[in-house]
Design a protein around this ligand. Structure first.
Ligand code: 9YT
Length: 132
């Protein structure tokens, strides 16, 4: 069994801040844990906009705090985000995340992240494995 506490991840490599500064991901389970998915507690910082395209991953996200919106660029629909809203990117949809107030998002990725991934200029995470 694996038990981890958010307070213990703070200040370690598992607390990953995006180069663009719009989000911070506390990566609680990673590829090395051999669960088949990774599990993150992510903060999308207030007043930011992030363009994302997970071309190589599936992601489900559950908002547990804050206020913002998700814009699906593939169908043009914008969804409000607040505590209790879940979305799953089952079609690699290009999207924007906008945070009016800091959003707290619980995320899972398949395949699992290794912990070093950040968005490139196209909003994509590279497909890394533990061997990379
Ligand atoms: C919800 C979302 O995609 N936020 C960007 C960061 C990502 N979830 C991560 O790496 O934790």
């Amino acid at each position: 069994m694996i038990v981890r506490k958010l307070e213990e991840l703070k200040g370690t490599d598992a607390e990953f801040k995006a180069a663009k500064g719009t989000w911070t991901s506390r990566r609680m389970l990673l590829a090395k844990d051999k669960m088949g998915f990774s599990f993150h507690d992510t903060l999308i910082h207030a007043g930011t906009e992030t363009y994302i395209h997970y071309a190589n991953h599936l992601e489900a996200v559950y908002c547990v705090g804050g206020k913002g919106e998700l814009q699906d660029l593939d169908n043009g629909v914008t969804y409000p985000l607040y505590d209790g809203v879940m979305y799953a990117l089952n079609g690699h949809e290009r999207h924007y995340l906008r945070a009016e107030e800091e959003l707290r998002m619980i995320c899972v990725f398949n395949p699992p992240l290794t912990g070093r991934e950040d968005h490139d200029e196209n909003g994509v995470y590279p497909l890394l494995t533990e061997e990379d």
